[in-house]
Design a binder for this molecule. Structure first.
Ligand SMILES: Cc1ncc(COP(=O)(O)O)c(C=O)c1O
Length: 380
């Protein structure tokens, strides 16, 4: 068998003519920077999510940076962030001179563990760091436990930023992701559930000031006219062509999310007797951006990857090293009771093919291959 890890080609076949039509219209009007499709996309996304403001930008990382600028994060201040995440979540604080405080995740859901937040906060206070916010991450597509995180934030006078690069399109307790934090960011990287054909991102907020700062900072801190600056900024606009592509992809996004849900359910049916499949709480939905197994101790992950690879089954490890153990981040504070769960899961997780066009037969082949390896490992 030869199945892609993420199948962008099947998606493109489905909507190719609409994508071509939208790109052609950009070629015709020629407004490659901040063309009408950018405003149209922001309008459509604002209605889809239900936030007052949507600020599109050059990447998910730009969205996080713009959000932190909007939240007025200052050098030396601290932000609590899970250690088990993609680099970008932790990278943006030091880029602004601020400090990521690494916190522990929940064993089952891989998202920030609310009961471990006091540990992170106290550890930062002991290091004389003024903590001002929490970044939750909807890892693998599932929102974090936002009510508990928001309650902790409120008690301690902190803001909450939701990094929904992977969990865009989901719901948390009946509310759309994008509306459950002070500000929410997403990525339109091609492999994301809603991806463009290059880099792109957006932030979502009901806060006028955050939106206004982000809009200005994405264009060099631009003020009332082009060559007057209100603040430091950067080149962080979303290309018009990417907005045009996203508009075409949004037409099928909800349908694709439903497909992902049934594919995840089928994987669970096939695999859950053998290996820990992802747990999604009943009060939220997942975009199933990445389908991650937690392998039993008896399994040699490297060998499993090699053996699946030989059978044409691609796999990936998200993420092999938690952030607090990465060289450039070792100097930042971490929750003092330890990050044992993050460290352990980094050794045992394995992600398998997941996309809306995955066929049942392919899922059966993938699952049988995994089960065979687990059976052999158990008997050794
Ligand atoms: C959790 C998380 N945060 C942030 C990002 C950054 O997004 P981008 O690659 O668009 O900058 C990603 C992208 O992979 C991500 O997975």
């Amino acid at each position: 068998m030869n199945t892609p890890f993420i199948d962008l080609a099947s998606q493109q076949n489905r909507i190719r003519s609409k994508i071509e039509q939208n790109i052609e219209s950009v070629l015709n009007h020629g407004q490659y920077i901040m063309g009408p499709e950018v405003a149209e996309l922001e309008d459509v996304l604002s209605k889809y999510v239900g936030t007052q403001h949507v600020v599109t930008c050059g990447s998910g990382t730009d969205a996080l940076l713009l959000a932190l600028m909007g939240l007025k994060l200052k050098p030396g201040q601290g932000v609590i962030v899970p250690s088990f995440t993609f680099t970008a979540s932790a990278e943006v604080m030091p880029l602004l001179g601020a400090i990521p405080i690494f916190a522990e995740i929940d064993e089952e859901t891989y998202t920030l563990n609310p009961s471990r937040l006091p540990d992170a906060l106290h550890s930062a206070k002991e290091a004389h760091i003024e903590v001002v916010g929490i970044m939750a991450v909807g890892l693998f597509g599932q929102p974090a436990q936002m009510d508990e995180i928001n309650a902790f934030a409120q008690t301690n006078g902190l803001w909450v930023l939701d990094d929904a690069a992977q969990s865009f399109g989901t719901e948390y307790r009946g509310r759309k992701t994008g509306t459950v934090a002070n500000v929410t960011c997403t990525s339109f990287f091609p492999a994301k559930p809603l991806g463009c054909y290059g880099d792109g991102g957006a932030l979502f907020t009901d806060n006028d000031e955050i939106a206004q700062i982000a809009r200005s900072a994405r264009i060099h801190g631009q003020g009332v006219h082009k060559y007057q600056c209100d603040r430091l900024g950067m080149t962080a606009r979303l290309d018009t062509i990417q907005a045009a592509i996203l508009l075409a992809k949004l037409d099928i996004f909800e349908d694709e999310l439903k497909q992902r849900e049934s594919i995840a359910n089928y994987y669970h049916e096939l695999l859950s007797d053998w290996v820990q499949t992802p747990v999604c709480h009943s009060d939220m939905t997942s975009s199933w951006a990445i389908y991650t197994l937690n392998l039993p101790k008896s399994v040699d992950r490297k060998q499993m990857q090699e053996s699946l690879g030989k059978n044409g089954i691609p796999t990936a490890i998200y993420y092999p090293i938690p952030m607090h153990l990465q060289k450039p981040y070792e100097r930042f504070p971490r929750a003092k009771f330890g990050l044992e769960v993050s460290e352990r899961l980094a050794q045992t997780v394995l992600s398998i093919p997941m996309h809306p066009y995955l066929k049942k037969e392919a899922q059966q082949t993938i699952s049988n291959a995994i089960i065979d390896i687990i059976k052999t490992s158990d008997s050794n």
